[in-house]
Design a protein around this ligand. Structure first.
Ligand SMILES: O=P(O)(O)OC[C@H]1O[C@H](O)[C@H](O)[C@@H](O)[C@@H]1O
Length: 268
């Protein structure tokens, strides 16, 4: 898959990274997790937050960038109870299955190297597609490879970099119902979202468009196929308890995650 814009390189801790250098952007994808670590359109700031203490050596899921949560979001339940939070694929190695494009845009597709017994047990297969230009489109595409309908929950768990969380607004979820995961209450959003404390919310909505406005930029975020949008910032105390989360990292990030959390069933 020779393409002048993508190279497999070793990161400083010897992990494999696809390094993308293109006239319209630079980006990095970790083979571990199929995980987008960085995306910067030419002449713009970095879009993604990556913890400086993130482990990139495959010893744990990567803190920052865009973890892919699949085939469940959050703690495993039911027959999978006790298995990894946010599913398996953020802890597997991935392989490149397609690279195509030109000096205007580049499409990169990867799929996880799933042990066959795991694929059989889940009955599902998945790939991710990144379409890069001066913007970014991420598609997580699942196929039911079994004979029966299968439950699926998932999230594209994007850590957006913001210059100052105190001057950040998430616009577009006004009036939406959400589940506050910290208090377990169901609430309604009143006005745009400003974050000045720990926030972990599942907005139950298929609303396609929102934006994240900071002092310097307004990032437009669109989704399709989701039934929820998750907003997370651990804030100061919780960030301190997460070993691979920089102590002050909460000031420069917010996760806005297009997700399916509402009992989606994928037909066979
Ligand atoms: O620490 P992780 O497993 O990567 O999860 C990080 C966060 O992901 C989501 O945003 C969840 O809503 C949070 O409850 C969780 O803390």
């Amino acid at each position: 898959m020779n393409n002048p814009y993508i190279k497999l390189v070793k990161n400083k801790d010897a992990s494999d990274i696809f390094d993308l250098v293109h006239p319209r952007f630079t980006a990095q994808i970790s083979k571990f997790g199929g995980h987008l670590l960085a995306f910067k359109p030419t002449n713009q700031e970095q879009w993604l937050w990556l913890s400086t203490s993130a482990k990139l050596d495959g010893s744990k899921p990567i803190r920052g960038g865009v973890p892919l949560c699949w085939p469940w979001f959050g703690p495993a339940t039911g027959e999978f109870e006790g298995e990894p939070q946010h599913g398996y694929i953020r802890s597997l190695d991935w392989e490149l299955i397609l690279v195509e494009g030109d000096d205007k845009a580049l499409t990169v597709r990867l799929s996880p190297i799933m042990p066959s017994e795991l694929k059989e047990r889940l009955g599902l297969d998945v790939f991710v597609e990144y379409k890069f230009s001066n913007k970014l489109k991420i598609s997580l595409v699942t196929t039911n490879v079994s004979e029966t309908p299968r439950p699926l929950s998932q999230a594209i768990h994007t850590y957006f970099r913001v210059d100052d969380i105190h001057n950040t607004e998430i616009i577009g979820l006004d009036n939406c119902q959400f589940v506050d995961k910290l208090t377990k209450e169901s609430k309604q959003q009143v006005s745009d979202i400003k974050i000045d404390q720990s926030v972990d919310r599942v907005y139950v909505t298929d609303q396609p468009d929102l934006s994240c406005k900071t002092n310097t930029t307004t990032r437009l975020i669109s989704g399709a196929g989701h039934d929820s949008i998750v907003v997370w910032n651990p804030w100061k105390e919780l960030a301190k308890d997460i070993p691979d989360f920089d102590d002050n990292g909460y000031l420069n990030m917010v996760c806005i995650e297009m997700a399916n959390t509402q009992g989606f069933i994928l037909a066979s």
